[in-house]
Design a protein around this ligand. Structure first.
Ligand code: SF4
Length: 408
């Protein structure tokens, strides 16, 4: 059977698609399938072939669900009458609300960490085992994830090293802990494989995916700056000089013990901007969204960052469902005070109800005029940047899709 697998390879999902393709190499099926990467809807239409079985794969986030669904409907219409075409959905939205994707009409929906399970599914197709459509396929991380890097060059893209996976915190709005509520780490062999590929491809900028950047394990089983130091020493011994850490996608959680970690970062990394996931400066809000830290921990983290020469980009979320104007102004003013003491900028997000999170069924509150005026002033002064304007548009689409396809 001739199998063509078409990935919609957009920016926000390219790490997961790269991992799926690496899994296909490890399972020995990548070269047996005609794999295509497309970056626009028109390219996608053009890639669908006659005389082959087409599998069109989308990695769907709750934010892009609306747009991917429109693309999917267009393709369905254009390919009506083609016998051999199947539409596959995976990604964070499939983890949180797989039924909504089946209801939307996708033939197969993958949830969980699929880089290994997806290859087994493809093998079934290749060897013509019966594969009934309309299935929800739940995958979990296999031991192979620890042992191999799951990072290869595809479509001119080589992903950062995903050194840590899962999160033991339970922030009520966050999708990262939906898949796995504990952390696991890459083995030394997997890191070595990544380094070999990285060097042989001639790359110089070494970056990471890590949900909780300072909670790494490398030489010690406990949270300790020794893990960072040993890892960075190891990379340096392999002649890797341009290490970036503590910025997207390896942000820093506020904590009291961060001083020694920043000291390590300042010694080994090239980036002088780091990202701190603060989310709010109101303690009652931090408690309610289960952050597991306080506003004073954020202050301490910004202070340590500044002491070691780092500029902090401080992430916050506005628009929580029961949020008041008073709370918003308090958070923004608290940041303004800290901004006078520590080099920093605010990065403002708008609350989005993401599938699978405790807050999926919630709706955001609208930002009031005084808050918007203050945000615009901070933006004009170069002290804030962010997604709050875009967020209001995105949330309308999320709610539309949720009302159409979800049981929430
Ligand atoms: S926001 Fe960060 S700390 Fe909280 S659950 Fe998500 S990844 Fe973990």
């Amino acid at each position: 059977m001739k199998l063509r697998l078409i990935f919609y390879f957009t920016n926000e999902v390219k790490n997961s698609i790269s991992a799926l393709c690496a899994g296909m190499i490890y399972r020995g099926i990548y070269d047996r399938i005609d794999v295509r990467f497309v970056e626009s809807e028109d390219e996608l239409v053009g890639a669908i072939g006659r005389g082959v079985v087409n599998l069109v794969a989308f990695s769907i986030t709750t934010v892009n669900f609306y747009e991917r669904y429109r693309t999917f409907l267009r393709l369905k219409k254009l390919t009506k009458g083609y016998g051999d075409i199947y539409f596959i959905a995976g990604g964070p939205h499939a983890d949180g609300d797989p039924d909504s994707l089946l209801l939307a009409g996708f033939d197969f929906v993958f949830s969980g960490y699929c880089e290994d399970g997806f290859s087994s599914f493809l093998k079934d197709f290749l060897f013509q085992n019966r594969v009934a459509s309309g299935q929800k396929i739940v995958c979990t991380t296999s031991q192979l994830w620890r042992e191999r890097s799951f990072a290869k060059l595809f479509n001119n893209y080589f992903p950062p090293l995903e050194i840590q996976r899962g999160c033991r915190y339970r922030c009520t709005y966050c999708q990262s802990c939906v898949r796995m509520k504990r952390q696991i780490y890459k083995s030394r062999d997997a890191i070595d494989e990544y380094i070999r590929d990285f060097l042989s491809l001639g790359f110089s900028r070494f970056s990471f995916v890590s949900p909780d950047a300072f909670d790494l394990r490398f030489v010690s089983e406990n949270r300790s700056p020794d893990n960072l130091i040993a890892l960075f020493e190891y990379l340096t011994s392999k002649k890797i000089r341009l290490i970036e850490y503590g910025q997207f996608p390896s942000e820093i959680r506020p904590n009291r013990d961060v001083d020694e970690f920043f000291k390590a970062l300042s010694r080994y990394t090239k980036n002088r901007k780091i990202v701190i996931g603060a989310q709010s400066f109101e303690d009652h809000r931090l408690k309610k969204i289960k952050r597991g830290h306080t506003a004073s921990d954020i202050e301490q983290t910004m202070e340590s960052a500044a002491r070691y020469g780092f500029y902090s980009i401080v992430d916050i979320i506005l628009g929580f469902p029961d949020e008041t104007e008073e709370e918003r102004i308090y958070t923004l003013n608290r940041f303004r005070e800290l901004n006078k003491r520590f080099p920093s900028r605010l990065h403002v997000h708008y609350f989005l109800p993401l599938a699978g999170t405790e807050m999926y069924a919630s709706n955001p509150s609208r930002l009031d005029k005084n808050t918007l005026d203050l945000l615009n002033k901070l933006e004009r002064d170069g002290r804030a940047k962010g997604w709050w304007k875009e967020g209001e548009r995105m949330v309308r689409r999320i709610i539309r899709m949720r009302e159409k396809f979800s049981n929430n």
